[in-house]
Design a binder for this molecule. Sequence first.
Ligand SMILES: NC(=O)c1ccc[n+]([C@@H]2O[C@H](COP(=O)([O-])OP(=O)(O)OC[C@H]3O[C@@H](n4cnc5c(N)ncnc54)[C@H](O)[C@@H]3O)[C@@H](O)[C@H]2O)c1
Length: 344
Amino acid sequence: MNLRERSNASTTSPPIGVGIIGLGRIGALHADHLMNAIRGARLVRAAVDPAHKKKLEAEGYPIPLTDDPGALINDPEVEAVVIASPSTFHYEHIVLVTEARKPLFCEKPLADNVPDAMKAADKIRTSGIPFQIGFQRRFDPGYRRARQLIEQGCIGVPELFKGVTCDRIPSVDYLKTSGGLFWDLGVHDFDAARFLTGLEIESVYAHGAVLVDKQLEEIDDVDYGLVILRFSSGAMGVVHNAWRAPWGYEIRAEVYGSKGKVVTELDEKFPTRLYDQRGIVIDRHTLFTERFRDAYRDEIQAFVDAILAGKIPSPGVDDAVKALLVADAATRSRKSRDWVQIPL
Ligand SMILES: NC(=O)c1ccc[n+]([C@@H]2O[C@H](COP(=O)([O-])OP(=O)(O)OC[C@H]3O[C@@H](n4cnc5c(N)ncnc54)[C@H](O)[C@@H]3O)[C@@H](O)[C@H]2O)c1
C-alpha cells in the first residue's frame, strides 16, 4: 500500500514503517518516541556509524541496525525517514531520501553550508516529498500559546523580539560538525522570531566571544553570541546565545507589541517550589531533551499525521532555509563586524 492509498484507507491501515539515521542525543529520543509514543508509525530500522552500531548491538538495541544509510533508505519496509545524523551528513542523506521519494523528517540544519543547503532544498522541492524540519519549539505549548495570542492581536503590532538560548557546552567534536553557535543554537531563536512575530528577518548584526572554552578559537567559533535583528516591518530583535548555563537549560522568548507583550519561559521542571531558609527553590531542566521532550514527540506525531492525511507537513523547507540563512548571516556578521542582509 503506497502512502497515497494509505491516506484514503481506513484508520485500521498498518502503521507507517519509519527508518531513522542517527541514534545520538536527539535520534535516540526520536527513536524512543517512534517505538513507544507515536500513533500510526513504527520504527523498523536505524542507521548509525559502525562503532555506534557495535556498541548498540552489544547492548541489545531492540531494532535492526545498519551502518549503511543508503540501505536503510532503500529498504522497502522503510516508508518514511528521520534524519538525525551529524549535520555534516544531512546533505548526502537528504539527496538519498529525495531519490527514493520517501517522506522525510530532517533535524536542522539542511546542510552544514549554504550552497549544499540550497541544493538540498531544491531537491526536496522538485521531488515533491512530504518534508518537515526539526524546529520543535513550534510544537511547545508555551510557544504555541504565545503565537496564538499574537495572532489574536493581544499585544497589538509586534515591535521587538527577544530570544535567549543558553545550554551546557557539548563536546568540541560535536561543535566541529555543528556549523557554529548561530547554526546550532541561534537557528531555533531565529525560527522562533519568525514563527512568533509572523515577520521576516531582513538583516542582522552579530557579536561573539570565546569565554567558556578556548578550543573554540581553533575552529573559528564562539561560545557567547548576541545578534541584533532588523525585521522587514521595521521591528527589532535581539538573540542571546551561550554555551554556558550552570543553572540549567535556559530558553526564553519575548515579543513586545504596541498594546502589550508576551513572554514564554518554562524552565521549572516540576510545578512545585520548595520554600525553606534559602528562599524559594525550583528544580530546573538541565537538558533540552527534558525541556522539549513532549514537543519532540509532538513534532514527529504531526509529521506522521500529515503523511497519513495526505497533507503538507509544517514547518517545511522554506522555514528550514529562512532560519538557516539568518544563522549564516549572523555568522558572517560576527566575523566581518558589519550588518549583513539576508538574501530573499
Ligand atoms: N532540534 C533540536 O533541538 C536538536 C537537538 C540536538 C541535535 N539536533 C541536530 O540533530 C543532529 C544530530 O545531533 P546529535 O546531538 O544527536 O548528534 P550525536 O553526535 O549525539 O549523534 C549522531 C548519531 O549519528 C550517527 N552517525 C554518525 N555518522 C553517521 C553516518 N555517516 N551515517 C549514519 N549515522 C551516523 C552516530 O552513530 C550517532 O548515532 C545534528 O544535525 C543536530 O544539529 C537537533
